[in-house]
Design a protein around this ligand. Structure first.
Ligand SMILES: Cc1cc2nc3c(=O)[nH]c(=O)nc-3n(C[C@H](O)[C@H](O)[C@H](O)COP(=O)(O)OP(=O)(O)OC[C@H]3O[C@@H](n4cnc5c(N)ncnc54)[C@H](O)[C@@H]3O)c2cc1C
Length: 464
């Protein structure tokens, strides 16, 4: 059963071929629920185009029928922006998986929207290059989704987020027109930066079909360390010292004792004692020359507790990162969390964390971790929601969310550091953006998506 008009279904089948238009609920179910299980909808249909021309045909057909589209890549987004909560057509981009040969002289590559991050990393690796953004769901998340969310991840402290890697974008706008600017010229001052505008637009302005991406040298040497601290302010101070002394600092990730113990018990890992300190950093430096001495000199200046752990082999390194990257999965095993991704000025991280207990209802758990180098904290509240939440649970979750986001704004932070606004944070956009900014957003949306069919429930609040 689908709400999509029969005439539109026929056009979609003509555009992409019948096998690539799914309407059977058993087949569309996987596209209708997000990774956390918190956002669950029902796709009117799932359409899987294989070329930019097919994407164009799908968008034109949907615009003509005034049927909304939710673009979807790897469906690893965490703010409910990629699932059809209102019966939309899901436009799955995973078949756009073309990867051009690496342009070694320019250290760039053009990748289709459906290429996964891990595929891109393997491709670059074969030319002794790598990609500057890395995220835990690398085997599933796609270049299109990462562009659309301006994904960040663990190496922003060194290379910046997706916006800093995107040299150009090809996209299908809401009226079906195709904009393509993939030559990757580093100097090209010929008007508005459409790639910059589409990066972080969460599928509301255009469907990204390909991106021209900057690659970076693959560091030959890498050192990963785990340091324990008596309290968060010591970890924050350490980040300042490390930034100034370790030129190749690649990651500075914060974990806290409660989270590490949860990961250890749920995933059966044995973290080193340094990671069981009240606050701990997982650090990585990576460089063409061995950064171990530079890292050791910086660590010697820090007020750590317990013995620092230094991992020099891939296996030791994997074990340290498993503790950090296992947080998401371990938290999810406790039931759907209230999951907030925020950024806070570094000098106010400790104050913000200390104030969070006042935002929680009785019985709720709190797990915090994040990319401390960027002041980016992932705040997870457990024990508030169940898989089939009743109205009271939903209301409690919303109250927790609102209270934490107001605390974020109170310390001068942002309600979304790297996951985006999606559908989850639409009602809070005004906390971080002025009426004039939101009006400008609306004008841009109207210009690029005049029929308002692209992800209409994400990012921008509905007009009153
Ligand atoms: C365990 C875990 C860890 C994570 N860690 C990080 C992290 O460290 N940093 C970080 O930034 N994110 C992180 N994320 C969030 C997520 O992986 C990123 O947001 C990622 O960029 C989403 O890519 P995707 O292909 O899965 O996109 P999807 O989830 O499919 O979509 C995300 C958004 O982009 C839109 N979209 C998708 N493809 C396109 C396209 N081709 N054109 C236009 N719009 C499109 C969707 O409509 C949606 O609004 C994590 C997620 C998980 C599950």
């Amino acid at each position: 059963v689908t709400d999509v008009p029969a005439a539109l279904l026929a056009s979609l089948r003509a555009a992409v071929g019948s096998p690539h238009v799914l309407t059977d609920p058993e087949l569309t179910e996987g596209f209708s629920t997000d990774w956390t299980g918190r956002f669950h909808g029902r796709a009117g249909a799932v359409v899987r185009p294989g070329t930019t021309d097919e994407v164009e045909a799908v968008v034109r057909a949907c615009a003509e029928a005034a049927v909304a589209i939710v673009p979807q890549g790897g469906n690893t987004g965490l703010v409910g922006g990629g699932v059809p909560l209102h019966g939309e057509v899901v436009l799955s981009l995973t078949r756009l998986a073309n990867l051009d040969p690496v342009d070694v002289a320019a250290t760039q590559v053009t990748a289709g929207a459906g290429v996964t991050l891990a595929e891109l990393q393997r491709h670059a690796d074969r030319c002794d290059l790598t990609f500057g953004v890395d995220l835990a769901p690398r085997d599933s998340c796609t270049i299109g989704g990462m562009v659309a969310t301006n994904a960040g991840g663990t190496n922003v402290v060194r290379y910046g987020p997706m916006r800093a890697q995107v040299m150009g974008v090809e996209a299908v706008l809401g009226d079906g027109s195709v904009v393509s600017h993939l030559h990757g010229l580093p100097k090209d001052n010929t008007g508005y930066d459409l790639a910059g505008l589409l990066t972080g637009s969460e599928g509301t302005l255009g469907i990204v079909t390909a991106a021209r991406l900057r690659l970076v040298p693959r560091p030959a040497h890498r050192v990963t360390a785990a340091l324990g601290f008596a309290a968060i302010p010591d970890a924050v101070a350490a980040v300042g010292v490390l930034r100034s002394m370790v030129t190749s600092l690649h990651a500075a990730e914060l974990v806290l004792k409660d989270g590490v113990m949860l990961v250890a018990s749920v995933l059966g890992l044995e973290p080193p004692p340094a990671l069981l300190a009240p606050a701990a950093l997982i650090l990585e430096a990576a460089s063409p020359t061995d950064p171990t001495e530079e890292m050791a000199a910086a660590v010697a200046r820090l007020s750590t507790v317990g013995d620092p752990v230094v991992a020099t082999t891939p296996d030791q390194r994997r074990r340290l990162w498993a503790v950090r990257e296992g947080h998401g999965e371990a938290i999810n095993r406790l039931g759907p969390p209230v999951k907030l991704d925020v950024s806070v000025p570094l000098g106010r991280v400790a104050e913000f964390v200390a104030g969070l207990s006042a935002c929680l209802p009785p019985g709720a758990g709190l797990v915090i971790f994040g990319h401390l180098g960027d002041g980016n904290l992932h705040v997870n509240v457990t024990g508030v929601l169940t898989h089939e939440p009743n109205a009271e649970e939903v209301a409690r979750a919303e109250a927790v969310e609102a209270s934490i986001l107001e605390a974020v704004v109170g310390v001068g932070g942002s309600i979304s550091a790297e996951h985006g606004i999606g559908t989850a944070k639409v009602r809070y956009l005004h906390l971080c953006r002025t009426p004039a900014e939101i009006a400008a957003f609306r004008n841009i949306k109207q210009a690029l998506d005049p029929a308002g069919i692209l992800n209409p429930h994400a990012l921008l609040p509905a007009l009153a």
